[in-house]
Design a binder for this molecule. Sequence first.
Ligand code: PRF
Ligand code: ZN
Length: 371
Amino acid sequence: MNFSYKTTHIDKNSGARTGELLTPHGVIKTPIFMPVGTQATVKSLTPEDLEKIGAQIILSNTYHLHLRPGEEIIKKAGGLHKFMNWKKPILTDSGGFQVFSLSKLRKVSDDGVEFKSHLDGSKLFMSPEKCMQIQQDLGTDIIMALDVCSDLGTSYVQAEKDLEVTTKWLKRCFEAQTNEHQMLFPIIQGSMYKDLRQKSVKDMLPYIKCGVAIGGIAIGEAKKTTYDILDVLNPILPTSVPRYLMGAGSPDLLIEGVLRGVDMFDCVMATRISRHGTAWTSGGKVVVKNALYKEDFSSLDPECDCETCKNYTKAYLRHLINTEEMLGARLLSIHNLRFLLKLMEDIRDAINKDRFLEFREEFYKKYNNKG
Ligand code: PRF
Ligand code: ZN
């Protein structure tokens, strides 16, 4: 095993922490945001671009790569790192969530989940063992257990059943894993029910060895609900491993997540809003498409150090988005990802100086000043 986690500093006033996670492809400084490369590419960026903006680890998806090109081809290429030429750590999601959000038919049993491909409608089956096998073939650093993410508004009875299946699958994932160089993260579920969340932690504890993920939130519920669930989990999750909040990546969720003990985040939002012409900036959200910027020859965010902000104007970005030129999405993706990665750098720095609470206040004050 060549991985381990150590906490490097705990902020005296907030309890937020910085740490280092050692993986087979290098060290990750936490807390961290992970850009999403669903189809073995972070949309419109090269691995060289990602290195330049300070990405330490990226995320990819078992479900998508299993459908296309198939794990056999990636295995033949020498694994996902070689296939896509990314030399730093990679985390793969298990496919649990993607089966539930993308495929039409989906039948859950103790054995696994039967689903229809969102591409051609063909019937497929994913068992915990199959999920582990695929992620082993991909050769990624962090692998996720197969889980059932309860839909928003799921009843208590159904959420309890979903959790029961998730826990059974976790045991089988654990037993099926044969590559000791991969870190298997269990996924806490239990919908919005606090006692189910507590039960999930208790039942999964024996399998939390190198990290743990929080699933089933950040799916469209009120922010207060997200924070309440994190507040339930923060004091009961082990502090000896990193905690990963799945699918959360707006600036406020990153800050509030870190305050509540989260070390790792991912989200497609940064690249998705880029394609639609929106940018996060130190002064708040900017909708580049807006006529307001027609003749605005200033940079997107004067405080940002990315190539987009250094070299291009809002008027030009607006033009690229309005004409649906590929470069528009690319330049905004570079900016939005750099914005989140820089935010995490600033958060780590603030924690190390015991001033995370002040940093949080200052960030919101500037970010929300536009109203
Ligand atoms: N489970 C898995 N992946 C996920 C989620 C989950 O619950 C979420 C929910 N926010 C995002 N991605 N396996
Ligand atoms: Zn920028």
